[in-house]
Write a protein that binds this ligand. Structure first.
Ligand SMILES: Nc1ncnc2c1ncn2[C@@H]1O[C@H](COP(=O)(O)OP(=O)(O)OP(=O)(O)O)[C@@H](O)[C@H]1O
Length: 510
């Protein structure tokens, strides 16, 4: 995955021009009960909000009265059940839009939460299974799936539960970087303050989280954004591994088992173009996580399809008589579309805060990543993850067999890095034999395995991810690359994976 030229990455100090919002304008907003203040911050710009009277919450997480919260480039809503006054400060142009809304979907969210609480309580009765609800949240892009997952998590934590939150949307890292799927137990409050990077808190791999205790996620590296790529081979494998690891982590922790699992999914899973593949993947997720509740958001088509396919069907791996129920929820009028420019800002924010911490929001932590130049040959093997239709990166610059058969007068210049030879459809990784400039500004995932040269690719595919490195420079001539790592010390002797799948998306906006 590459994000060309993230400012601050690869330099000694992160760029912190807007370290504190330059507060210029302050105003108060009075909310009557059951109203919400919706706002969209301009990318990179800060807005400060304080609840001065009454009570308010941000997607299920309660805001402390008279505490100032900073939101950077955030699109969200502050809701009140009782009525409240908000004091809002920002510099000119930092707030792209704001308004007070009366129509919202908080009642539906609370009803779902109460129904889940009922299931959690019943799971501990004499006839209960001891395992709480396993909820799958489905719907097209930008309908509020992640927001519902956050709200249900926030309410569950406030009710003293400890649910497992599973993020199967590689386009949005949860407690991790984009390009990954992950899961973590949420026992403590979610961070209310946030930047473009989202609202689940910073990746704990980047350092301590301050006031909010560290949540240690299970992370698997996908390295792209399209789950259906290569007929879903890699995605399905990662879903299976993650489900297995989640089961392992829940086992014996009664409180966590009772609280159940909330699974957030990407909208692309159900886009019309690849609907049959998407439905196959939904079936796979449902069976791996023993899903017993499917919540469909913002699409009648998805709801009806799910109803036909799953409603009252036996839960895969569930106890006898356990069946799946499918419900639908309306999309909130507040949900906003996020274009690619915004998603790029989201990814940049997540990657930057992994290496440098985030001195602007949340735990206010600044980190000092280590920059080092290393010989390419001294590094553990770098494996390039092959996306659909990729060509080989391991050309010597000489014509390949196929190229030699090109007509003599063809206007052809052999590429030094990318051969025109497409790689086999079932090949998932390719070993990189020399440093290529395309590695510059890329993230490398450090895998929890050391695959031998002749080991099957599945070892690499099925490994969890330990952390990440960032390539700041490539010196092809001297065979060296410069790396940024979150901790001092040598590069771990583990396989490194270079996921290219997000490049195409990023270059569109780059
Ligand atoms: N009531 C609301 N008021 C204002 N903004 C909101 C509201 N609900 C959600 N949003 C914002 O809308 C954006 C999209 O919501 P969300 O991420 O939940 O959608 P999604 O369905 O998960 O999208 P995707 O499929 O692309 O991941 C987010 O920035 C979220 O904070």
């Amino acid at each position: 995955m590459s994000i060309p030229g993230i400012p601050g990455l690869g330099q000694d100090e992160p760029e912190l021009d807007n370290a504190q919002p330059q507060v210029g304008q302050t105003k108060t907003v009075d909310l009557r009960k059951e109203q919400e203040w919706r706002f969209e911050g301009a990318v990179g710009r800060g807005v400060e909000v304080k609840v001065t009277t009454g009570t308010a919450e941000l997607f299920g997480t309660e805001l402390v009265t008279n505490k100032s919260y900073t939101f950077i480039g955030t699109k969200a809503a502050i809701y009140t059940w009782t009525g409240c006054t908000l004091e809002i400060s920002h510099d000119a142009g930092a707030l792209a839009s704001e308004y007070v809304a009366e129509e919202h979907t908080m009642n539906e969210s609370v009803n779902v939460h109460l129904a889940l609480e009922g299931c959690r309580d019943r799971s501990t009765t004499a006839t209960g299974t001891g395992v709480g609800p396993r909820v799958l949240i489905l719907g097209p892009d930008n309908v509020g799936k992640s927001t519902l997952a956050k709200t249900l998590t926030g309410y569950a934590v406030r009710a003293g539960r400890a649910p497992v939150v599973v993020n199967l949307d590689p386009g949005e890292g949860v407690l991790s970087l984009p390009g990954t799927v992950s899961a973590a137990v949420f026992k403590t409050i979610l961070e209310a303050e946030r930047d473009e990077g989202g609202g689940w808190g910073a990746s704990p791999m980047s350092g301590p989280n301050g006031e909010v205790p560290v949540k240690v996620p299970l992370v698997y590296y996908f390295g792209g954004t399209d789950p259906s790529e290569k007929k879903g081979t890699l995605y399905k494998a990662l879903v299976g591994r993650l489900a297995l690891s989640v089961q392992g982590r829940m086992k014996g922790q009664e409180e966590v088992e009772r609280s159940g699992v909330l699974v957030d999914t990407p909208g692309s899973l159900l886009s019309a173009k690849q609907a049959s593949m998407g439905y196959e993947l939904v079936g796979h997720i449902a069976s791996e996580f023993a899903i017993d509740k499917i919540v469909c958001l913002g699409s009648e088509r998805v709801y009806n399809d799910m109803l036909r396919k799953f409603d009252r069907q036996p839960v895969s791996g569930g106890v006898a008589g356990e069946t799946i129920s499918v419900v639908k929820l309306a999309k909130s009028g507040g949900v906003v579309d996020r274009d690619q420019t915004y998603m790029r800002a989201v990814w940049e924010a997540q990657i930057k805060s992994y290496f440098y911490g985030n001195p602007r929001v949340g735990a206010n932590i600044s980190l000092q990543p280590r920059q080092q130049q290393v010989d390419f040959d001294a590094l553990p093997t770098i494996w390039r993850r092959i996306s659909a239709g990729s060509n080989s990166y391991n050309s010597s610059g000489n014509a390949t067999e196929e190229e030699e058969f090109m007509p003599g007068d063809a206007d052809y210049e052999p590429s030094a890095t990318v051969s025109e030879v497409p790689l086999p459809e079932n090949q998932l990784f390719e070993k990189l034999t020399s440093p290529t400039p395309a590695l510059r500004n890329c993230v490398l995932a450090v895998m929890n395995c050391v695959p031998e040269p002749d080991e099957p690719q599945e070892t690499l595919r099925d490994s969890s991810c330990m952390g990440f490195l960032y390539v700041t420079e490539v010196d092809e001539g001297r065979g060296k690359i410069s790396l940024l790592s979150p901790v001092a010390g040598r590069v771990p002797t583990r396989a490194l994976v270079w996921g290219e799948g997000m490049e195409a998306v990023l270059n569109v906006v780059g």
